[in-house]
Design a protein around this ligand. Structure first.
Ligand SMILES: Cc1cc2nc3c(=O)[nH]c(=O)nc-3n(C[C@H](O)[C@H](O)[C@H](O)COP(=O)(O)OP(=O)(O)OC[C@H]3O[C@@H](n4cnc5c(N)ncnc54)[C@H](O)[C@@H]3O)c2cc1C
Length: 452
């Protein structure tokens, strides 16, 4: 088997940086910003999957809803992700299993798995065409040394109620999976979608449903009380409930500073593959593939026949900041992964690169709850790199909660999130931990190359 040199200068050069995700453009019908005063039953801050789904579900329950979005709906991670609609397989079980115990972990995994079905239903109900391919997802190994950990993780996921099947080398080849991926675990639920089309579909549905979406409207501050007042640059909004659906941006708003940290995740997208290049891959079902590195690589084909690669190198910015800036080292690493995993695509150009932020708690679990004297300030964050399903489904659970019903799966998410460290310790700890993971992954990649 031919494999590229991981440090080969012939790896494709990363293309230009996009300050938005590669899946969407700023909408032509940007909704007016909030000028003056408005009031509603609920104010939602942030218009990604979480904010839009919460707003839609609340509206369906008869509530009047205002959404404040600093840029436009889909500007955050929801318009920048890889589009894997996945459930409870592949989570970092070791980080939370002991803390929450087996029973609660099973319910948490159910929350992840039910999120997949929720999105599938919403796509139908709301008539959103986002190129969804329900192929399932494959977590794959690129070197034999990854097999034991992958099998153990899969079996633990199965024991917690999330189905998956191990695929050996012959089964991977029979499925036509590109040969760099030696073995894997097939997760039958979910698949891949175009997250830009999905989030813009939610945006359209929300506007259609009568949600008052104010774009270019950052929340500047808020006052607590039975009625909460939110300040924006040119106005204010009042409501008895406030929902923070600002995910990785939440610590900057003064909330969850000691619970979640933003982690920068990057992506590259190639130019469309020619028919010959596509044929050289095989890959008839186009399953999204994630590798079982410590910091995974994700590889997927899109409906427009490009390849999108994400992750591989992630970073933490001092002080939980989220600058919308390129990460050239990550793009270079992803370009090398493209070259290494798909040697038949040598010379394929990368059309653009982008980065975004996920929010991560030390136990890698969702962070949901209420705060404020009246307990009427709700928040959701911390779904790490698994927010397509979960941050959509949470909208349903939060809306029910505000309506007075606590869904058992929302109850299951309640647990004590471990506290983060103060700066500069937080930065030092993350830089060391991520650096060590990258070193170990590079070691695995060098072994792949030597074996090639
Ligand atoms: C590169 C990348 C790849 C990923 N791949 C996957 C994947 O394949 N599968 C998966 O499940 N997950 C993936 N994720 C994670 C997933 O995208 C997120 O978990 C999910 O989109 C979070 O949705 P959200 O609505 O909670 O947050 P966001 O989409 O980040 O929305 C938060 C919104 O809040 C707004 N906001 C922030 N501050 C303010 C303010 N002061 N006032 C008003 N508005 C504000 C932001 O502009 C933003 O629009 C990936 C993430 C990245 C970055």
């Amino acid at each position: 088997m031919t494999r590229g040199n991981p440090s080969s200068p012939s790896a494709a050069k990363p293309g230009p940086f996009r300050s938005l995700g590669g899946w969407l453009e700023r909408p032509d019908d940007i909704q007016p910003c909030l000028c003056g005063d408005d009031s509603a039953d609920v104010i939602v801050v942030g218009a990604g999957f979480a904010g839009l789904c919460t707003a839609l579900e609340l509206t369906a329950l008869g509530a009047k809803v205002i959404v404040l979005e600093q840029e436009f709906a889909g500007f955050g991670a929801s318009g920048r992700n890889a589009g894997y609609l996945g459930g409870g397989q592949g989570l970092e079980y070791e980080l939370f299993l002991k803390r929450v115990g087996h029973e609660q972990a099973r319910s948490i995994i159910r929350f992840y798995d039910e999120g997949v079905g929720y999105v599938e239903r919403k796509l139908g109900e709301l008539g959103i065409d986002c190129d969804y391919n329900p192929s399932g997802i494959i977590r794959a190994g690129v070197h034999p040394s990854q097999e034991k950990r992958l099998r153990e993780s899969m079996e633990l996921g199965v024991s917690l109620g999330s189905p998956a099947t191990f695929l050996d080398h012959a089964q991977m080849r029979a499925r036509g999976i590109p040969p760099a991926f030696l073995f894997g675990c097939h997760i039958p639920g979910g698949g891949t979608l175009n997250p830009g089309k999905y989030v813009l579909g939610l945006r359209r549905a929300a506007i259609r449903a009568g949600v008052r979406l104010y774009e270019n409207t950052p929340l500047l501050g808020y006052s607590e009380g039975p009625v909460i007042e939110c300040k924006t640059p040119q106005g204010s909004a009042r409501a008895p409930h406030l929902v923070f659906a600002t995910n990785a941006y939440t610590p900057q708003l003064g909330l969850l500073r000691d619970k979640v940290m933003p982690i920068k995740v990057s992506a590259i997208e190639t130019r469309p593959l020619s028919p010959a290049q596509l044929a050289s891959l095989g890959w008839p079902n186009r399953e999204g593939i994630m590798t079982s590195h410590l910091t995974m690589e994700s590889h997927r084909l899109t409906a427009h026949n490009t390849l999108v690669l994400t992750t591989k190198r992630i970073s933490y910015v001092y002080g939980s900041k989220t600058p919308n800036e390129p990460d050239h080292v990550a793009y270079q690493q992803l370009a090398i992964a493209l070259h290494q995993r798909f040697p038949t695509l040598r010379g394929l150009d990368i059309q653009h690169c982008w980065s975004g932020y996920i929010s991560l708690a030390f136990d890698a679990l969702p962070v949901v709850g209420e705060t404020g004297k009246q307990q009427n300030i709700h928040y959701t964050a911390g779904c790490s790199g698994h927010g397509v399903a979960t941050q959509s489904f949470i909208g349903h659970l939060l809306a029910e909660r505000i309506g007075g019903i606590e869904h058992p799966l929302l109850a299951a998410l309640r647990h004590k999130t471990p506290s983060l460290l103060p700066e500069p310790l937080q930065w030092c700890a993350m830089t060391l931990a991520l650096g060590a993971a990258h070193q170990l992954d590079s070691f695995t990649n060098r072994r792949v190359h030597k074996a090639g």
